[in-house]
Design a protein around this ligand. Structure first.
Ligand SMILES: [Mg+2]
Length: 227
């Protein structure tokens, strides 16, 4: 039975040091002429579509499908320039080595389970040169609720690999309690990593299968996958 590895992006694979947040803030100004300090919104681990609803509520914009579409299109237009702006964004420790090792294993498949829009995920991961590791994923386009994304990821994994993946052999990896929760709702195993805004202790409180400070010890990560 093949195992399935599903990665979160921000705070897990990469940190973009606010590129996404800056693009969201600038898109609000460009599209609606409105400013909003996104620091006021608890966006970590949320989907871009959910965050959009929160921003609209904060600034008093009508939360309509047209406004959401226009806003997110503008965000995607502005994101590449913010990524190029750089400011020490990086692929997080151990991640490149893990992606490369897992990529060559026939007993595993790896995809994305992320609150990014699909196009936003592609822009970010292409910028950091790791997009080619991911053949499928579940994204904010699928649902604004992160807890809905697990079944979408399992379905796409099945379509891509022509085998059924058992949630019990699925690992959902992320840097927030929302990642752990969305894994648990489908009966998956979960791995927390404290390279985002939550500490090891905070993630441990949500009882994932395993927690790491970071993925620098790739052998320790692989022991969890292979247990
Ligand atoms: Mg994250």
């Amino acid at each position: 039975m093949k195992k399935l590895i599903l990665w979160d992006i921000d705070g897990t694979l990469i940190v973009s040091h606010g590129a996404g947040v800056r693009a969201m803030e600038k898109a609000l100004i460009k599209r609606f002429g409105v400013t909003c300090d996104l620091g006021r919104i608890d966006w970590a681990g949320r989907t871009d579509s959910w965050i959009t609803g929160e921003i609209f509520r904060h600034v008093g914009l009508p939360d309509t499908p047209q406004n959401t579409h226009d806003y997110l299109e503008t965000y995607l237009e502005l994101l590449p320039a913010e990524l190029r702006d750089g400011r020490q964004g990086q692929v997080l420790p151990g991640v490149l080595q893990l992606l490369e090792q897992l990529h060559h294993r026939q007993d595993l498949a790896q995809g994305l389970l992320t609150g990014n829009l699909r196009r936003g995920a592609e822009l970010k991961l292409t910028h950091y040169r790791v997009w080619h590791y991911f053949e499928f994923g579940a994204f904010a386009d699928d649902s604004p609720r992160r807890n809905d994304l697990g079944p979408h990821a399992l379905r796409r994994a099945k379509e891509r690999h022509a085998v059924e993946f058992d949630p019990a052999n699925t690992f959902i990896i992320g840097d927030t309690p929302h990642d752990i929760e969305c894994g648990k709702v489908i009966g998956a195993r979960t791995i927390g990593v404290a390279t985002g805004r939550y500490s090891v202790a905070e993630l441990t409180a949500h009882a994932p299968t395993a927690v790491f400070a970071d993925f620098a010890d790739t052998a320790a990560f692989l022991r969890v996958i292979d247990a």
